[in-house]
Each structure stands twice: as C-alpha cells, then as structure tokens.
Design a binder for this molecule. Sequence first.
Ligand code: S3P
Length: 201
Amino acid sequence: MNAQTAAATTTSAPMPPLRRSTRQARAASRIVLTGFMGSGKSTVGPLLAGELGWTFIDLDAEIERRTGLTVPQIFSEQGEAAFRKEETAALAAVLGRTRTVIALGGGAPETLGNRLLLEQTPATAIVYLAAPFATLAGRCAEQSANVRPNFADPVAAEARFASRHPIYSRLAHVSIETEGLTPEDSAAAVLASVAVKTSAA
Ligand code: S3P
C-alpha cells in the first residue's frame, strides 16, 4: 500500500502538519472517511463506493433514519450529548458491514468510544480528507446554515477544527490533502492509497 500523506497548508490559523501514525494492517473490507465539516466525506464517499462497487453509508443519514429526526432537530431538541449517543449507536451498528464506504460526521472521532470501535474493527481503512479551515468554511458557507449546528459560530468552529485536526490525523491510516482536488480526484487518491479486499468476504 502506498500511503499518501501530504503536508497541510492553511490560509488562516496554522495547522499542525499531517502525520501518519498507524498502518493499515490488512486489505480493507470497509473504508471510513473522516474529516471536518465540509471536507467532502459525503461527496467523495459515494464516488468511492461507486468505483469499488461497494455500498455507501453516511453516518448522519443513518442517525436520521434510526431516530426519525434530522441532525439539527436532534441538536436543538435534545442537545449535542444526545446526538453523540445516537452517533455511537449508529456507528456500532454499521461498522460490521463489509464492502462499505462509511462517511463519519465531523465530530465522531472526538468520542473515545468511537475511536476504539474504529481501531478495533478489523479490515477497516480510515482515511482523513484534510483541507485548511478557510476552505472548509467556504464550502460550508455555500450550503444552508441550518444543516450544521456546529458551524453556526465560525470562531467556535475554527477552535473545534484546531482541536480535531490532530485527532483525525492520528486516527487515520491515510491522510489526503484535498485542497485543489475535485471530488473525483479525491476519490482516486483514496483508491490509490488504500489496499482493499477484492473478494466478496
Ligand atoms: C458535526 C458534523 C456533522 C454532523 C453534526 C455535527 C460536527 O457532520 O454530524 O452536525 O460536530 O462536526 P458532517 O461532518 O458530515 O457535516
């Protein structure tokens, strides 16, 4: 496997460099995309799944399906802690599936239990789609402000980004710098960087 790790650049606050701290131990039966809001997980994921002939699961959509509520509704009616519980339950439920690409919500890796679930599920390749905060903020601004409760306050969002970047970087087997890449380019970069199991197992 050729891991692709690129140095991060930023147009706003400096980001610690991307680092690759773990190795993908064996060919993957599932690929998990992680990264901050706006990193393209939900756009790149279906492209990747399409290329592989695998299933795509968006964890936020799975939470919405399980609860019958939208993510903003869960945040406003029950609070973030309740959302995180649903997120862990949904992650545990989908992680057993093979030949699947899973897009995590941006906050999922902050929960220790979620990191343990991800690290301890065999044949799981974790890929960090990285981009500078300014780029992520620009992408999120193009979308409806109601979609992401945790991007409502840009100053708080940048602080979250600063604390999460090292978590994503440490958790992932592969980090891809997506600045300047199309979603198709990013999907191709993931495919070039991750060894996947080709049999139906
Ligand atoms: C969140 C990210 C969102 C969603 C929720 C909280 C976060 O997912 O899970 O709004 O805390 O970063 P995306 O990263 O897909 O936007």
